[in-house]
Write a protein that binds this ligand. Structure first.
Ligand code: ADP
Ligand code: MG
Length: 373
């Protein structure tokens, strides 16, 4: 079964509760059949945006279109959306079959049609053998799969997920991720998935929308968000980051900057506002930094050197914390040779490939510290 999926166009959607914005003029284009994730800290507006799409929240202004149709005034049950929540919200007194059939009965489909449609969905999700069970006779993962089947049986044009995996244990969560993604690919339904879990967002999404304080901070593929974050906030929210102090920065060719870090000249890719910022910083991910023992171990740190303040050995990788003149640096070295690990207190050399670095404006660090206070 293949659904007719739709692109979604969100323009200047605004929602205020009292004097605080839950959504502040949000613009977003979602492609037909795309798996899009809304990622952001708690309170950033993710659920509000999802409920605006579902029709449970009426925005104060702006427009939502499914294909060409304006939806803002359309009630939820006329929107052709399926929703899956964190709590499975299955009807406890109904069997799996009846839970899944519910939406079709509401639509007044014939009993024969219902039987066929439910059987098809249960089969596609490997749930057929559980059709006559009650929800309390199912595991958490099975319940979540039934909730998904129930959302999909009505052949929605849009699927909305609000942190559907947060109640499951880590192993099941990883398994359900794969399952959700496979089903979504097979059906090709435009899907919007809310999470605050970066691994979930990275592994599931065609594109990720990073939200912060009621606005969209960045939209991009997982690789763009990870390698080319638009701000220190995004870099810090997704994955682990080092922000190295740079000694000087000047324009090179388009999208590039000539910089000096720890006395070393290099050419790096730069965010468009990096060079107009007072003090740009260089983002280098911990796994992009290599650490080796320094030849000398004088009291004073030389260029590209740092003092090891912690070492943790994990077998397949070792994690260093270094104090350097460019700030504290965390480095993750994979497949380490045990005898070559640099001990705490010793001086180490750190290095990285400039093509793995990204120059960012520092202004956003200050803004972020303001937010934390
Ligand atoms: P998220 O899902 O990203 O955690 P929400 O969309 O739930 O964020 O909330 C965004 C902001 O709107 C928060 O500041 C929250 O307190 C506020 N908010 C959400 N729903 C309501 C409501 N029904 N009444 C008042 N404030 C709300
Ligand atoms: Mg939420």
């Amino acid at each position: 079964m293949k659904n007719a999926s739709l692109p979604i166009s969100i323009e200047k959607i605004t929602k205020k509760y009292g004097s605080t914005y839950a959504l502040d003029h949000v613009d977003l284009e979602i492609r037909s059949g795309e798996f899009l994730t809304l990622l952001g800290p708690s309170g950033s507006g993710k659920t509000t945006l999802l409920t605006v799409l579902a029709g449970f929240t009426r925005p104060d202004g702006g427009s939502v279109r499914f294909g060409d149709a304006e939806m803002v005034c359309v009630p939820p049950h006329q929107r052709d959306v399926g929703m899956v929540f964190q709590s499975y919200a299955l009807f406890p007194h109904m069997t799996v079959f009846d839970n899944v059939a519910y939406g079709l009965r509401v639509k007044k489909m014939s009993a024969t049609e219902i039987k066929k449609a439910v059987a098809e969905v249960l089969d596609s999700m490997s749930l057929s053998h559980l059709a006559n069970r009650a929800p309390n006779q199912l595991s958490g993962g099975q319940q979540q799969r039934v909730a998904l089947a129930r959302a999909m049986v009505v052949r929605p044009k849009v699927l909305l997920f609000d942190e559907p995996l947060s109640n499951l244990d880590a192993k099941l969560r990883a398994q359900m991720r794969v399952e959700i993604r496979n089903i979504q690919r097979r059906l090709g339904i435009t899907s919007i998935f809310v999470t605050h879990d970066q691994d979930e967002a990275m592994s599931l999404s065609d594109r990720i929308v990073v939200m912060r304080n009621a606005v969209v901070e960045q939209v991009g593929t997982p690789d763009e968000i990870y390698r080319r974050p638009s701000s220190v906030f995004v870099a810090d929210f997704i994955g682990r980051s080092n922000f190295l102090a740079v000694e000087s920065a000047a324009k090179s060719k388009a999208g590039k900057a000539k910089i000096v870090v720890s006395g070393k000249k290099m050419d790096v890719a730069a965010q468009s506002k990096a060079l107009s910022s007072k003090r740009p910083v260089l983002l280098v991910r911990p796994e992009s930094i290599n650490v080796t023992a320094a030849k000398s171990s004088s009291k004073k740190l030389g260029k590209g050197e740092g003092r090891v303040t912690s070492v943790v050995f994990y077998g397949n990788h070792v994690e260093y914390t270094l104090e350097t003149n460019e700030g504290v640096i965390v480095a993750v070295v994979s497949d380490p040779i045990y005898e070559e690990i640099v001990a705490v207190g010793k001086v180490a050399r750190y290095s990285f490939d400039p093509s793995r670095a990204w120059l960012l404006p520092s202004d956003s660090i200050e803004a972020m510290n303001g937010e934390r206070e």
